[in-house]
Structure formats: structure tokens, C-alpha cells
Ligand binder design. Structure first.
Ligand SMILES: C[S@@+](CC[C@H](N)C(=O)[O-])C[C@H]1O[C@@H](n2cnc3c(N)ncnc32)[C@H](O)[C@@H]1O
Length: 498
């Protein structure tokens, strides 16, 4: 068949179209004949936007309430219990809502909700030590945090220093305490941490040939050489992931490309390398109906077990193109003894210090006054502790201070609670969003007009009695959603979220 006849979209000068046509030409012969019409029809449309709810913020991440408030038409994501496609938003984009500002949900294309759902539920609920090897901007890290109920520890790593700011911001907004953030090539972890993690997620850098271009995954022209180089890197990263996971632990490998070179071929290569030391688990069991991977890929013998991988051709679940595989490690391999790591004193680098109990305006006591609940009790329940970092108070997972583990130097760990300023201790917006359901005092509800002004960053010209001067107020909109802290001064409520 000629290229022209094959192409479902006309060829023109746009690089995205060109990328699409090239990918289509390669992939069309791989698609079962009977599925072609459905696929052709599906890729004419952009998939619905989707959100994944944050179980830590139950009172504002209720899908019923969100539907009622914004009149969204929603449909559950078939393979992710907290995921919802937004069939019709009636003009209210999820990113514009107060719930989104509070981290009540993460906006994520529905295919990207697949990888974390593949991990064994018991393992992920059992305070796991998780490595998210290529984590930025953090969509799947938030999913790992939700699935583990923010227990255990997630080491969220990305090799790109410029993408760490967004990762920190996303994790803070989600309300995750039990994570630390590092910037290293993922290839190092297998050597540094052999047989260490309960679960490893490798959401690998890939060519993004997903057949559907969306803002977060734009298609671009890609050469065969680049694709092969990516496949090499993916194989090294997957090798490192398998070394880093414990025997009995699991690795999920995922990409947002449909290129067999970066998908089934990588899995085939790793199966050949490790044989019975690893098992490719059946991903189809995690899906309502199957979306099997290709059993034969160019240049190698057919491997029927590759059917256990998941290949989301876009029409299968009305998503962008995606691939995922779940692998279990059976044996100890990697290095039998931990090699010396080229770093020291990583805990000290974050400059956490213990709170001096004699400190004036003891921060925990001040926080207890501001919030009206006992922060020490909260810390016990959540297995974290409070530390100072300069003039800031932080909640840090207790496991971070476990001297038997040598963490790599990290960029961040835990979550900021408050900062000391000239006006006294001021709580952090994201921290308040996390604990908001526990706060019953000093809530200040605003009507719709005032709430909009507040969200724009305006102060409110409202005079409160003299004795409330200096009080921190928790402003809410008319649906009882937190929209920022206010500080009562003489004749106005100062907006602290500007
Ligand atoms: C597909 S994106 C990850 C998306 C992320 N998991 C999420 O859900 O938001 C791939 C990431 O891999 C990172 N990366 C590329 N090469 C890497 C390497 N050798 N080691 C670790 N990360 C790498 C890129 O910087 C990029 O952020």
C-alpha cells in the first residue's frame, strides 16, 4: 500500500503531522486487522482530560461534590479506581478550581494512571520503600503516594536538575510527607542500592510516539538512530531498576510510546538477560479487558510471554498510546555487598536541626495554638517528626533519620509546615490544605465574590475586633474549600497567599 493510502491524516508541513504519519506507517502493520477501524476512528479525537483524586484530602476530593459544584460529566477510568475522565467540563477547566489549588486531584491523562495500579496492593500498602527512578514532573509519584497512603518512603529521582523544582512543587501540593527528592542518573541506583527497594517504578524517557498528541505528550519527528539510543538507555535503566529492587519485589516499566523497540523489545531483552531470576507477571489480570503486548518484535524470535505486557493502542481504552509491564524479581542479584557510595553526610546537607525546647515562641506550641489540634499527636500517627530548617518548620518522615540507611544527597525531604517572619509564624498553604479537615477554629467563610477577590490575591477591607489582631484565619469559599490563610491586622484581613 502506498504511504498516501495508508495515512489517515493528510501529510503537510506540520512536524506533528509528519511525526504522526511516520509513526502510523510503522505501527499500522502491527495492529490486528479487526481493530483498525476502531483505532482510526479513535485517533481523530483528543482524549478527554482526566483527574485522579487525592485520598488524603477526602472532604474536597469527593467526585460527587465536584460533579455537583462544576456540573462536570465524568466517567470512571476503567483501570484506576481514583481516576475520572471529564467527558464535559461545561467550560470549567479543572485547573481553575479551588479544589485543584488545594491538591484535591491531579490532572493526568488517563493512560498515565495505569503503571501504579499494576503494583501488588498488599505490597504497596505495607509501608514500602519505593524508588521512582524518573519521576519529574511527579504525576506518578503523587499516585504512588496516594496508593501507599503516604507511608513508608518514596525516593523520587530524576536526572534533570531543571525538572526538580516542578517535582518539589507537585509533591508539596499533593501533601506528601513521606518522600525525598534526588537528582542522579537512574543508572546509578542498581549499584548504589542493590536489593533494597520493595517497589521500583521506571516511567522511562521515551520517543512519545503515542499516535495521539496532547499538551503533555506532544509527538515529534524521531529518527531510527534516536529511537535505538533511547532503547539502549531504557534497557540500562530497567537493568538498574531490577538490581535495586529486593527479591520478591516488583518493578513496573512504562512508556508513553507505542514503539516496539522501546517497549516489548526492552522487556524481551531483560527477560533474556535474567531468565528465571525474574518473572514477567500478567498485566492483563489488572485490566477489565485485555490489551496484550506484541509477541513478536522485529529482529528476535517470538516470545509468547510478552502477551503479559500491556499495550494501550489508543482505541482500547480511549487513551493516548501507552505501554507498561510488571516484573517480579525472584533472586538476589546486583551486588551481594553494598559498594561504597561516593557521598557522605547526606542528612546533614538538608540542614535539619532539632527544635530547641527552650526556644521562645516554641514553634510546635505556636502551631498547636494556630491550628487548634495537637501536632505531636499528628506526627505520631503519620510517623513523621518536626525539624527546623533555617527559619522554617518541616515535617520529615521518621525513616529519614534511620541511621542504618545511607540516603543519597537529596534536594528535599518531607514537607514545610510554616515559616517564621516578622509577623510571627505563618503556616504554609499546602500544609494547611493537608490538615484542613482537622482544623475547626478560625475558619472564615467568604461568599463567592469575596472568595474570587481572595483567590486573586487581594486583601479584604474587613475590620475585626481589636482582640483578634494578629490571629491567623483560614479562609474558605462557599463550598468550605480552603483558599488561603489571612492575617488580621487593624482594618483589614491581609492575604498571606499572595
Ligand atoms: C516520562 S518522563 C517521567 C514522567 C513522570 N514519571 C510523571 O509521571 O510525571 C521521563 C523522565 O525521565 C527523566 N530522565 C531521562 N533520563 C534519565 C536517567 N538516565 N535517569 C533518570 N531520569 C531520567 C527525564 O528528565 C524525565 O523527567
Amino acid at each position: 500500500m502506498s504511504k498516501k493510502k495508508n495515512s489517515v491524516r493528510s501529510r503537510n508541513i506540520s512536524p506533528r503531522k509528519e511525526a504522526f504519519d511516520t509513526a502510523w506507517e510503522k505501527f499500522e502493520p502491527l495492529i490486528p486487522e479487526e481493530e483498525l477501524p476502531a483505532l482510526k476512528a479513535c485517533i481523530q479525537f483528543t482524549p478527554d482530560p482526566a483527574i485522579r483524586l487525592n485520598p488524603q484530602k477526602a472532604s474536597i476530593s469527593d467526585i460527587g461534590k465536584l460533579r455537583e459544584r462544576y456540573h462536570w460529566d465524568t466517567e470512571p477510568v476503567a483501570f484506576c479506581p481514583d481516576g475520572y475522565k471529564l467527558k464535559d467540563t461545561h467550560g470549567i477547566a479543572p485547573g481553575q478550581t479551588n479544589e485543584h489549588r488545594c491538591g484535591a486531584f491531579y490532572i493526568q491523562d488517563s493512560a498515565s494512571m495505569l503503571p501504579v495500579t499494576l503494583f501488588d496492593r498488599q505490597k504497596i500498602l505495607n509501608k514500602p520503600l519505593i524508588l521512582d527512578m524518573a519521576a519529574s514532573p511527579g504525576g506518578k509519584t503523587t499516585h504512588l503516594s496516594a496508593a501507599s497512603r503516604d507511608s513508608g518512603l518514596i525516593l523520587a529521582n530524576d536526572s534533570s536538575a531543571s525538572r526538580i523544582t516542578i517535582l518539589k512543587k507537585v509533591m508539596k501540593n499533593w501533601g506528601s510527607i513521606h518522600h525525598l527528592i534526588t537528582v542522579f542518573p537512574g543508572e546509578f541506583f542498581g549499584q548504589w542500592y542493590p536489593n533494597t527497594f520493595d517497589l521500583v517504578l521506571l516511567d522511562a524517557p521515551c520517543s512519545m510516539q503515542s499516535l495521539v498528541s496532547i499538551a503533555s505528550h506532544p509527538m515529534r519527528p524521531i529518527s531510527e538512530r534516536e529511537e535505538n539510543a533511547l532503547a539502549q538507555r531504557q534497557l540500562s535503566l530497567l537493568d538498574s531498576a531490577l538490581k535495586a529492587v529486593k527479591p520478591g519485589g516488583q518493578v513496573v516499566y512504562s512508556t508513553c510510546t507505542l514503539s516496539p523497540t522501546e517497549d516489548e523489545s526492552v522487556i524481551d531483552g531483560i527477560l533474556k538477560k535474567y531468565g528465571a531470576q525474574i518473572t514477567l507477571l500478567d498485566g492483563q489480570q489488572k485490566l477489565p479487558y485485555p490489551a496484550p503486548g506484541l509477541v513478536s518484535v522485529e529482529g528476535s524470535e517470538p516470545n509468547p510471554s510478552l502477551e503479559r505486557t500491556i499495550r494501550l493502542w489508543p482505541h482500547r481504552y480511549q487513551t493516548t498510546g501507552f505501554f507498561a509491564a510488571l516484573i517480579q524479581k525472584n533472586d538476589t542479584f546486583g551486588f551481594s555487598e553494598q559498594i561504597e557510595k561516593p557521598f557522605r553526610r547526606s542528612r546533614e546537607e538538608l540542614r535539619f536541626t532539632k527544635i530547641d525546647p527552650r526556644q521562645d515562641h516554641h514553634p510546635i506550641e505556636r502551631m498547636n495554638e494556630i491550628f487548634g489540634f495537637d501536632l505531636t499527636e499528628f506526627a505520631e500517627q503519620r510517623e513523621c517528626c518536626f525539624r527546623m530548617r533555617g527559619n522554617e518548620l518541616w515535617a520529615v518522615p521518621t525513616v529519614f533519620f534511620d541511621e542504618s540507611v545511607d540516603w543519597p544527597p537529596c534536594k528535599s525531604c518531607g514537607m514545610r509546615v510554616a515559616a517564621q517572619t516578622a509577623s510571627g509564624w505563618l503556616p504554609d498553604f499546602d500544609w494547611v490544605s493537608l490538615v484542613f479537615d482537622r482544623i475547626s477554629q478560625n475558619r472564615y467563610p467568604l461568599d463567592e465574590t469575596l472568595a474570587e477577590a481572595w483567590v486573586r490575591g487581594e486583601d479584604l477591607p474587613i475590620s475585626l475586633p481589636e482582640h483578634s489582631k494578629g490571629t491567623i484565619l483560614f479562609m474558605t469559599d462557599s463550598w468550605n474549600v480552603f483558599i488561603g490563610c489571612g492575617y488580621v491586622s487593624g482594618n483589614r484581613i491581609r492575604n498571606l497567599t499572595k
